[in-house]
Each structure stands twice: as C-alpha cells, then as structure tokens.
Write a protein that binds this ligand. Sequence first.
Ligand code: GDP
Ligand code: MG
Length: 771
Amino acid sequence: MDKPIRIALAGNPNCGKTTLFNALTGTQQYVGNWPGVTVEKKEGRVRGQKDVTVTDLPGIYSLSPYTLEEVVARNYLIEERPDVILNIVDGTNLERNLYLTTQLVELGIPVVIALNMMDLVNREGDTINTAELSRELGCRIVEISALKGTGIDEAVSACVEAANGTKTVPQHSFSGSVEHALAHIEESAVHDLPEEQQRWYAIKIFERDDKVLSKLGLAPATLAHIEEDIKAAEKELDDDAESIITNERYVYIAGLMKGCYRKKNKSRLSVSDKIDRIVTNRILALPIFALVMWLVYWIAMGPFGSFLTDWTNDVFGGEWLEGGTRALLESWGAAEWLTGLISDGIFHGVGAVLGFVPQMLVLFFMLCLLEDCGYMARIAFIMDRIFRRFGLSGKSFIPMLVGMGCGVPGVMASRTIENERDRRMTIMTTCFIPCGAKMPIIGLIAGALFGGSGLVAVSAYFIGVAAIIVSGIMLKKTKMFAGDPAPFVMELPAYHAPSMGNVLRGTWERGWSFIKRAGTVILLSSIVLWFLQGFGTVNGRFGMVDELWDENDTAYIAEVADRMGVDADDVTAADDSILARAAQPVSVVFKPLGYGSWKPTVATVTGLIAKEEVVSTFGILYNYDAKAEQAVDEETGELLFDEDGEPVMEELDEEGAQIWANVEDDFNRTSGGHGKLAAYAFMIFNLLCAPCFAAMGAIKREMNSAKWTWFAIGYMCLLAYAVAFMVFQIGKVFAGGVSVIGLIIALVLLAFLIYQLFRPYRESQKLEIRQ
Ligand code: GDP
Ligand code: MG
C-alpha cells in the first residue's frame, strides 16, 4: 500500500492556485483576486486519489520573511515538509514566476511545476520549451490550464511519482565567492540538518534572515565566523548579501528565459494590453472607473433594483408569506400578542431585510463580474498612481475594494501593508465604503424615500469613496501618519472572460452570509425590539402599551406629547414604550442632522449590531402605528363598525408603501419639513459612522491596541456627524429654510475640512517597516 501523500500548492498571487485547488479537490473555495485574501492555507483531498491531500498556500513572490503570506507559506514548507510541492507557474508571466521557483527547488523537497494558463499562452502563439526548462530546473513540468481543466490529472500523477521518487536537486549555482561562503556555512552551521535541507538554510543564513537565524540559535563564535565569509563575499561583489542572491537569481532566470521562451510577436500588444491602454490611461482611467461604478450602483440600486425589492416585499413577503401566516395564525386562534410578534416583529423586521436580497444579489453579481474579469485589480493600480502624489499607496485601496463585500475581510486585508502608519490609516478608513449590509440602508432611503432614485444610490457609494480619499489626505498631513508611501507592486492579471462558476459562487457566498444573518442576529433582535417597543408604562401602569393606551385621555396625551417634544396629533401608544423612553433623551444628539426622534435613533444604535438592522428596525417601528386605521365603507364613505359597535380595523394598502410613508412623515416632522434632506443626512451618518460590532472587532484585532481602536471608531463617528451636519444645514439653504447658527457652524466646518485638505505636508519621515 502506498503511503499518504501531501501536496502543497505554491505560487505567486493570481497564478491560479485556488482555481487549481478547486479543480483538484472538487471543492468550491472562493477565488479572490486580492493579495491578502487567501492568507490562511486550505486543505482538501484530491478527487479520485486515495490518500492524496493538497494544501492551498497563500500566494507569494518569494520565500523571504517580509509579509504575512510569505511567513505562513514558508513555515508550512519548512516545518511540515510536504511530500511534494506543486509549484504553479503562470505561463503568461514566466519570468517573474520563476523567481519563486528557483527558491522552491532549493528546499530539498520534490518539486513539480504546473505550467498554468497554457490556454492563454497558446492563444498568443508564444512557445515555452518545457523540456529544456525542466532539464535546467531539475524538476518535472506539466502544462495545464486550471480554468479549462486540462492537464490536471497528469499533474497529479507527476506529483505522486515525484513524491515516491528522489528529491529535486537545484542545478543552479551562484557565483564563486557566494558558493564559497555557502560551503563554509553548510559545514559550520547546518551540518546536523538532513542533507537535502542544508542548502536552503545556508542561503538563508547568508542572507542574514533573522527568522532562520533565531530558529537555529547558532553559537556566537560560529556566527562571527560566518559573518566573515559573508562580508568577504559582499566586499568582492560590492553589494549586500541579500541583494547579491536576488540579483543572481534574476540573472539566472534571464538566461533561462532566453533559452526556453519565445514570444511570438514582441511588438504586438496582447488584447489585454490594448484594453489596459484605455482603461488605465492617465486621463481616462478615473472617469472610466467612476462610470463603471456608477453603472453598477445605478443598475443594482436604481429603478431596477427598487422594483425588485418592492416586488419581494409586497408580493412575496407581504402577500404570500405574511398574509398566509397571518391567516394561518388567525385560523388557529393564536393569542393577539403572538400574532403581533410574528407579523409585526419578525416579518417586518426580518422581512424588511430579506426584501433586499434580490437587489443585493444583483449588486454582488456585478461586483464579482468586475473582479473576475480582472478589472478590479486595475483600480488599486490606478488609484496608486494618482494618490501617490498625496502620499497614499495603492495598497490602501485593496482593503476598500474587498470591503465592498464586507468590512471584516476588508479590514483584514490591510495586513498586507507593511508600513505601520499606512496600515492604521487604512484600517480607519476601510469601513467608509458601503459594504453589502449597508446596501439596504441605501436601498431604503433611495428606493422608499426618493422613489428609486439611482442618483441617490450612486452618491452613497461615491460619498464613501470620497470619505476614504479625503481622510487619507487629511490624516497623511498629521504628524501621526506622515511618511512616504510604501512601494506598491501588484500583478495585473490578464483580462479574461469571467468564469460564470466563479462569479455565481462569489455572489452566492456573499448573499448567503447576508441571509444567514437575517435568520439569526436580525431575527433575535427583531424579537427583542418588538417587545421593547410593544411594552411600557402608560399613565403609571405597565403592560402592552397598545392595550393600556386610551385615545380619549387628552390630558395624558398632551403630557406625552410634551415629553416627546411633538404635537399631540403625532403621539402614539409606542411613544410610551420602554424603547421610546430610553431612546428619546439620546435623540437630541441628532436634532442638528434633521432627525432627532427616537425611532431613527434606535435604528442607528441597532445598526451597530449589523447594518441591516437599521432597515429591520424601521420595518418594526414605523409599521406599528400604521395599523390604527379604521376601515371605510367603499360606497358610502362612512366609517365601519362591527355588531358590537367596535371599529373595524383595516390593513392599510401595501405594507411597504405604508411603512415608507410613515418614515417620511416622521422625518418631515423632525426636520421642519425637510424630510428628504434629513433622510439623506440619516443615510450618510449611518454609512460613515462606526461600523457593526463584527467590523469593530476586526479593527480591534488588526490595530492590536485599545487606544487606536477607539481613535478609529471616534474618527469615523466624528466625520460621519460632520458630513451629515453639513449636508443637512447647507442643504437647507437650497430648500429654503436656513437656520443661521447651524449654517455658520456648517460653513466653519467646511472651511476647516478644506484647509486640512490643502495645507502643506509635514516633512516626510523615514518609512517605518513592520517586522
Ligand atoms: P490564486 O490567487 O493563485 O489563488 O489564483 P486564482 O485561482 O484566484 O486565479 C486568478 C485568476 O486567474 C482567476 O480569475 C482565474 O479564473 C484565472 N485563471 C486561473 N487559471 C487559469 C487558466 O488556466 N487560464 C485562464 N485563462 N485563466 C485562469
Ligand atoms: Mg487564491
């Protein structure tokens, strides 16, 4: 019986590891295009093979210890020592990919090269002499296309063979003085290690790799002895040890390329290059990016998207699900409070969120499409070129692009930034981008209050981007964050037709996590909210406010109206609920933003649990008072009473429309008639303020400091408040209804912001590299 075989997939970012992993194992890992997405390694069993497992390592360019990915991948290779390394090499980027290969073959583990993207190489008509390359590198090479699924089985059998055969022995040697030093090192320092591992360790010691040095714990005398050898080589070659090794590798690879690679037509640009000439053009790049994102948001969130959501809410949710359940509960004679809880609490809370699922899937579908075809990768690149002038690195935009799905992986993607200050700044700003969960808020405001305005929805996205850019520029000018931007290298994968499998998988994965939250967190808090807004103390008696409430007790109603600061006409039973009493004092804070009443305040707070909660909270709170409408006889126009003389209550027209009309009324009331403006300010505040707890947790983990976490959250809330304040106060000027003090403060704020943007930079300081 054969021994179990462990294959490790190693390769550059974007060379197709995850695609190959999925093809090998038949699993459905998400194929991300971002550095930092696959930091953890994943394991799976190879289909159709007994006892062969495969591990997908993070994408790396080299085995140096400078990034998290490199450390994870390298530790796995040297500590766990897989039986064979399947090195995936992107055939369209041979030269750069081989840099890693030259290091992998030194590890003393059998290496098989899977020469990937052969479909593209062949299409371009380029030729790679694999036989020659294989001889030079001393390992087997199999041509594959992970995407098209060709050559996969051959790759597996090559791996199995190699694992049972001999180790790969590197054919390449460095220049004389380096080899001389290496020989000394091997003899004095790593003699006790297994023979096949000695060379790799010797090279790392030569490079003065701290991690290896501290792991080996060499005696000071040995170290001093080695140092002499290294110094001698450095002197002779007039460079530092690490650069010597790097350069010699490149020279070696250049030689390999000459012998083994023919580009069909050197001057001919590939299709991908041609597209890039337009899409990453210095002048056109930004307008094209803006146009693309505008289209995406317009389609998902504009008239088409709100049509989808309306249909889901009204027909699917309202009529079928809720109507059906309500009828069922009534036929069972369920208690009134239970019917209320299920219908007004759960259906309106969870339902309001679920209604956005189709719209969200449309948005995610388009984002995945852009990502898979390779466009998204260009955005970070375009941004880098422009914002380098402001001292920002394109690396800071990758978390933002990831954050369009969810802020948590977005914040985590900031790990790839080595410069501590840039990393902190990026963590602070990533959550400004509207994530999937904020989408319902945008949909709610744009769809329900602005009649499906695509413009409002699109503006929400661009406000997020602007918040990131403005914050970046402002923060960079403070002493805390000053410094030169880190260099940014990112592989731009060739454009290719998106694979529907990848796109649908990505769309579904993101959509599903949304649905899961609706069924758990949001369900639970909807129930809690329903109780909190349904129970309270009316006139000194505790119970269900609806039952204790007396429409005719005008004296008491006036008292409540006074406490809530509203007209007696606007008072409802819910104003006496526990929730209203708790939130009312806090709501004062939001008065200057135009929505200082308890319901939006509760929504903002519950939004911290998960941003979708803003919408579910609206669904519960605003629906509640909508029901108290007496039915009218259609012919005579008279109010209807039943046999006992009790008024007949009627469901108001469509559920959705009714809720949103209530929302608009409330916003109109608190903003002195500027309901739409207040609603817009509400949206801005909720998009930019502190993110949900999960994202705050991610911020805390990544900042690894309570002080910085609070600073980040405080900054977000402050900026959100300032922007919403300016929008409402300055917006009122155009709507006719200025409040002088508000306007003055808003203008001062605006002037301060502009000053921050344009004041000169502090002298830049040296880069601080995270170890
Ligand atoms: P990873 O970063 O190494 O895990 O690479 P991925 O598996 O995420 O692949 C990066 C991109 O290259 C994806 O968009 C894949 O669809 C694409 N890709 C992978 N293998 C091939 C291939 O053989 N041919 C072509 N044309 N595209 C590929
Ligand atoms: Mg991957």
